[in-house]
Design a protein. Structure first.
Length: 264
């Protein structure tokens, strides 16, 4: 569990795409701890319903699961509509869903490229659009955080379509923040570095022939002696969503222990 527990989102309604597992689930849990009602989306109905049910007993906040594929614009728009129908409004959005299927400049197919754009850029664009329309109509502002990646600075050769899509999301974050600053809608992004998740374990074993000790070895090579932790990132996301982060908008923050551009 994270350390923030200060009702930073008291009474807010938060929608988290990809909120049933990994970082998205950690963000949803942190938002609940900080007083929000939360809607989470994901493709797997069994996982989503089980996740939402876990909050039914220990929390007085509401957690609603809406089945939605992050790459399907209509399903994302429907999730926003369900949120507004259930709670009367939407205050915050976190675009946490994403894919990182490997592909280089030479072997990426049009289908693989389009899949990355659909999930990592087009989906977030239209989810934001639907939420911002409600925020503007109500005139009460709002807050959005987009989960991006350190790879948006250039990235690894084997992540070409991923880098292309996430770099677009970084630009979109700044553009939308500028467009809606006078609506008092704050929009920021986090460039997440190497993070310890169940999904990362699968990726290391599938694509990099990693053994059972890959995490221990990887952690030992990091300046802080560990990979990024989802609960720590989730607490930072809650901070950015909340009024505690003040007037910050249009920022794409590097949440990592590497320094782009620096070298020995």
């Amino acid at each position: 569990m994270g350390q923030l527990d200060d009702a930073l989102l008291d009474g807010k309604v938060v929608l988290v795409s990809g909120g049933t597992q990994g970082l998205g689930a950690a963000v949803a849990a942190a938002a609940v701890r900080n007083g929000a009602d939360v809607v989470v989306t994901g493709r797997r109905k069994d996982v989503g319903e089980q996740f939402a049910a876990e909050f039914a007993r220990p929390s007085d906040r509401q957690v609603l699961y809406v089945q939605a594929d992050a790459g399907d614009v209509g399903q994302g728009q429907a999730a926003v509509a369900r949120t507004i129908d259930r709670f009367g409004r939407i205050d915050c959005v976190v675009n946490a869903a994403g894919i990182t299927t490997r592909g280089t400049m030479l072997d990426t197919t049009p289908d693989l490229f389009d899949e990355h754009i659909a999930v990592n850029l087009r989906g977030p664009f239209f989810l934001m659009q639907a939420a911002i329309k409600d925020m503007v109509a109500r005139g009460t502002g709002g807050s959005i955080v987009n989960i991006i990646t350190m790879s948006s600075h250039g990235g690894q050769p084997y992540l070409a379509p991923y880098v292309a899509s996430k770099s677009g999301l970084a630009g979109l974050t700044r553009n939308a923040a500028f467009a809606h600053r006078w609506d008092r809608i704050r929009i920021n992004g986090l460039n997440i570095g190497w993070t310890q998740t169940d999904g990362e374990d699968v990726i290391q074993r599938r694509f990099h022939d990693a053994g059972d000790d890959w995490l221990e070895k990887a952690a030992a090579q990091q300046p802080m002696g560990k990979l990024g932790q989802v609960d720590e990132i989730a607490d930072f996301v809650v901070f950015l969503l909340s009024p505690r982060s003040g007037v910050v908008t249009g920022s794409v923050i590097d949440w990592d222990q590497t320094i782009p551009g620096a070298h020995e």
